[in-house]
Design a protein around this ligand. Structure first.
Ligand SMILES: C[S@@+](CC[C@H](N)C(=O)[O-])C[C@H]1O[C@@H](n2cnc3c(N)ncnc32)[C@H](O)[C@@H]1O
Length: 227
């Protein structure tokens, strides 16, 4: 995994084509994944959510559409700026509070949020356990973490998916910085398996952990409670 500084400058550089490539490379499925995360996040009447690694604010928007107030944290100032403009265009700025900060040292008091969401961010955090412990710290007792992340499917789909991951940098090079998408492919291949990630969540104190595979296991939606 790359260091935080490298990750930050990588996302700063790819921001312009980030949304387009997300939708293109996922065949539009990313809308569905974020909506699903927002639906689960709003189940327990959670009203004040930290969206960690908020990026260009697509997950934040899905949450705001459910009347949730969102604090969006990211280390990439360019991604945050882009997201903030998107929210302003939709006149939702009263529900979104962007903050530039690191997941390893969240600038919030203990027990500040009803829930923390993180879509496709945790894979980029090389100090994964520290980030999860910070998430745990800022959640109120009774609150939840909801994490969306890529994973490798099993069985016949695995080979096909690995082949697709090989092609991603080439497709992306037509529109953006290909090295960032080489990193995307390699980080998906090397990220925790779902069962390992569940163990990690448990070791950080989360209980009642659930993992839902989406799109044949190419993505997992994890949720865990702080009791
Ligand atoms: C793949 S993007 C996901 C953005 C958004 N959540 C989405 O679903 O499109 C990953 C984001 O994580 C942010 N990020 C990576 N490491 C971080 C860290 N240590 N602290 C805060 N944000 C981080 C990056 O700057 C980037 O915006």
């Amino acid at each position: 995994m790359k260091e935080e500084k490298t990750i930050k400058s990588m996302f700063d550089r790819i921001v312009k084509r980030y949304d387009f490539l997300n939708h293109f490379l996922s065949f539009g499925q990313d809308f569905f994944w974020r909506k699903k995360m927002a639906k689960i996040s709003s189940k327990n009447a959670e009203r004040f959510i930290l969206d960690l690694a908020t990026g260009t604010a697509d997950s934040a928007l899905a949450l705001i559409e459910r009347d949730i107030k969102v604090v969006g944290v990211d280390i990439s100032f360019e991604m945050l700026k882009f997201g903030k403009r998107k929210i302003e265009k939709r006149k939702k700025n009263r529900s979104f509070f962007p903050i530039s900060a690191s997941a390893y040292q969240l600038p919030f008091k203990d027990k500040s949020f009803d829930a923390v969401t993180c879509a496709f961010g945790i894979r980029n955090m090389h100090k994964t356990k520290i980030a999860l412990e910070e998430i745990y710290r800022v959640i109120k007792p009774g609150g939840r973490v909801i994490i969306l992340e890529f994973s490798l499917p099993q069985g016949v789909f695995k080979k096909l998916y690995l082949l697709y991951l090989k092609f991603i940098p080439f497709i992306a090079s037509l529109f953006s910085v290909s090295s960032a998408y080489e990193y995307l492919s390699s980080s998906i291949r090397s990220f925790y398996k779902p069962e390992e990630f569940i163990e990690l969540l448990q070791s950080c104190g989360f209980k009642n952990i659930k993992a839902f595979p989406l799109n044949f296991g190419c993505v997992h939606l994890y949720s865990g409670e702080k009791i």
